[in-house]
Design a protein around this ligand. Structure first.
Ligand SMILES: [Zn+2]
Length: 140
């Protein structure tokens, strides 16, 4: 089973998110709200929470970026490259794709890039990194 089925499932999720984000950017938050009830605690959730009645330009920017990420992921699926690391061409584990569907690099390459000062990547990656770093950085 598989990976192929899992990818198809992810694709369906991404398509729904894309549609919801497109609608939200056009001023209709109902789809985003609907998604929120299904997937608490993710980016969509955060976006909706801060939206209230209007979309601030900052939020619109975040949504535009996520939309671009999703469209990029869908393009990669179409091209048969989705789930493969852009750098080393290795398979990105499903667990990572589920957590971060727009990941275009495997965790090793992502970390390597962060170490070398690249700014690419999602907040979740940064959060993971900061959790790891907590132990040594408590001194003020
Ligand atoms: Zn890689």
């Amino acid at each position: 089973m598989a990976r192929h089925e899992a990818l198809l499932n992810l694709r369906a999720i991404l398509v729904r998110r894309r549609d919801a984000l497109r609608s939200a950017l056009a001023g209709d938050l109902s789809l985003l709200k609907e998604l929120r009830s299904e997937s608490p605690g993710d980016v969509v959730d955060a976006a909706y929470d801060s939206t209230q009645d209007e979309i601030s330009s900052q939020l619109a920017e975040v949504e535009s970026r996520e939309l671009a990420n999703i469209e990029n992921a869908l393009e990669r699926m179409k091209a048969g490259k989705y789930g493969l690391c852009e750098v080393c061409n290795g398979k990105i584990p499903m667990a990572r794709l589920n957590a971060l569907p727009y990941a275009t690099m495997c965790i090793e390459c992502q970390r390597e890039l962060e170490r070398s000062g690249g700014g690419y990547g999602a907040r979740r990656e940064a959060e993971e990194a900061s959790e790891e770093a907590v132990g040594g950085e408590l001194e003020l």
